[in-house]
Design a binder for this molecule. Sequence first.
Ligand SMILES: [Zn+2]
Ligand SMILES: [Zn+2]
Length: 324
Amino acid sequence: MHCLDRAHDSGFKTKAFVRALDVVRATDPDELARRASAGTLTELEGIGESTAAVIQQALAGGEPAYLAKIEAETVVPITPAGAVYRNALQGDLHMHSRWSDGGATIEAMARTAITLGHRYIVLTDHSPRLTVAHGLSAERLAQQLADVAALNEQLAPFRILTGIEVDILEDGTLDHGDDVLSRLDVVVASVHSKLRMASKEMTERMVRAVANPHVDILGHCTGRLIGKREPSTFDPDYVFAACAQFHTAVEINSRPERLDPPRPLLQMAVDYGCYFAIDSDAHATGQLEWQPHGCDRAAEVGVPLERVINSWPADRLLAWTQGA
Ligand SMILES: [Zn+2]
Ligand SMILES: [Zn+2]
């Protein structure tokens, strides 16, 4: 599952495995073992030949051959120069859970981040305006914060920092008020609507958001989807000057279909002396392994490593988000 996510395979195989995994979780372990030895796993709804083979091998204690093959085929490559950045990262500041449009629980995301060597993550589910993504109202966000506090007790010294990916509304205001945003550790602000507005209006919209004292990171600034959606147009001189001025980090979004900002804009942001966050924007555990894409990009363009805010320890990051 995890490996298929990182390979960005949203096709049949992933769905089949998700379904199979749900069945496995819902089935009594003794029954699973009985069925495995009797060869009757496929009688369970949602379990086919290949998923049954994987379950059988996993129960036998070995690494299933199919999983080993997937592991080898899906590992995310990185250049030596990019690896310098990846090795320096202590956390990931943009990801989603099942609370909005992610596919995994907060705990699964956190545990995966731990295996990837991270010391902290920021959970940034969507804000209410993004109804298609089940954006979080103030009430649901408050419930989420309680869940995160409980998880943090279990997972310490690892830390789940609180956050949100808040929508930048058309006039540059944000999709939650000061009362909500001021309670969060890290705020990522992103444009998800009216991506085609005229350059002058988009520039004003983005500058206003970037200047908001609650906003710490400008998410996927052009909104492009490679091969599918052109980047938004705005005046990058104003936007990056504002990011530098108001201490809002420019996100280097590592999703393969985004890789946002494109190289020339990233170069401009470097020249303006901006801060950066190299984020996965993961919507599934396997996607947490996408940071190498952003790290390669950062290395290519020569982003100063000391300006990458998720290469800092959590306490330094928090002092910066709260004081900047
Ligand atoms: Zn987004
Ligand atoms: Zn996101």
